[in-house]
Design a protein around this ligand. Structure first.
Ligand SMILES: O=C(O)CCC(=O)C(=O)O
Length: 258
């Protein structure tokens, strides 16, 4: 599959997305990508205990590293504007075919030596909503060496059989055709919530940071607050067995606990 980058989410890009379950668009110019890197540096420096945002860490051979931050949009104006208005919101609406609203957001940092994600679809981890689209806005260049995403085209019609972790069952994974999708900094890879995806560990000495907003159809409600309330309630009920870094409502993250 040719990894064409659309300049914007126009009718042709929507058609590509509907057929394949993913599409790439150029979201930021060089100055915008640089600004985003600065914003992500700021968020990485936020303290653990001074806000409702949540930092998660994983153990790497170089020691503990941030692997994810979530629930930061209310506290960062630049990223809030980027994700909740203008071209990003318009693109999400075009891909959903109706007005969109931000459902949740996260940054995955994937430091050098950071872990990857098991093959999964996102839909089983979402609550309250039926119609959603996510994307990865590359903060740093993402490539095969530092653990870019791999996707399966045209398999977004249904939720595939899962294992006990809520990830795609091994025999199904083996039968799918996986494509590696390098994403240059400032470019966005949009994907359907049932598009199978996975990523490898970061085997390079460069970080692979990426911003992941998820949008839902506005007609289903503005459910961002409800999502985080429910997620943290489910985390509190089941904090896992300590062998995994619990970052999601499914056990897709392969990082080592600190
Ligand atoms: O950032 C990655 O490498 C994969 C992210 C992902 O699939 C997830 O966070 O669910």
């Amino acid at each position: 599959m040719e990894s064409r980058v659309f300049e914007q989410i126009d009718a042709e890009a929507v058609e590509f997305f509907r057929a394949n379950g993913w599409v790439m668009s150029r979201t930021l110019d060089a100055a915008g990508a640089e600004r985003l890197r600065g914003w992500v540096d700021e968020i990485m420096g936020w303290p653990d205990d001074e806000g409702p945002w949540l930092h998660y860490r994983e153990m790497t051979d170089e020691g503990p590293r941030l692997c994810r931050t979530e629930n930061f949009v209310p506290y960062h104006e630049g990223i809030r504007d980027l994700l909740t208005s203008g071209p990003m919101l318009d693109a999400a609406s075009a891909l959903l075919g109706e007005p969109a609203v931000l459902y949740k957001e996260k940054i995955n940092y994937k430091a050098a030596g950071g872990a990857g994600f098991a093959p999964h679809q996102d839909a089983p981890a979402y609550r309250f909503v039926e119609t959603h689209v996510s994307c990865m806005v590359a903060v740093d260049d993402a490539d095969a060496d530092n653990g870019c995403l791999e996707v399966v085209s045209a398999r977004h019609a249904e939720v595939l059989p899962m294992d006990d972790d809520g990830c795609i069952r091994g025999d199904v994974v083996a039968a799918l055709t996986w494509e590696t999708v390098p994403v240059p900094a400032g470019t966005t890879l949009w994907f359907h919530s049932r598009t199978p995806h996975r990523s490898g560990a970061n085997a390079s000495d460069r970080p692979r940071r990426a911003l992941y907003p998820t949008y839902n159809a506005r007609r289903e409600g503005d459910l961002r607050d409800a999502y985080y309330e429910q997620k943290f309630a489910e985390f509190n009920q089941d904090s896992g067995d300590g062998t995994k870094v619990q970052v999601s409502l499914i056990n897709d993250f392969q990082g080592r606990p600190v």
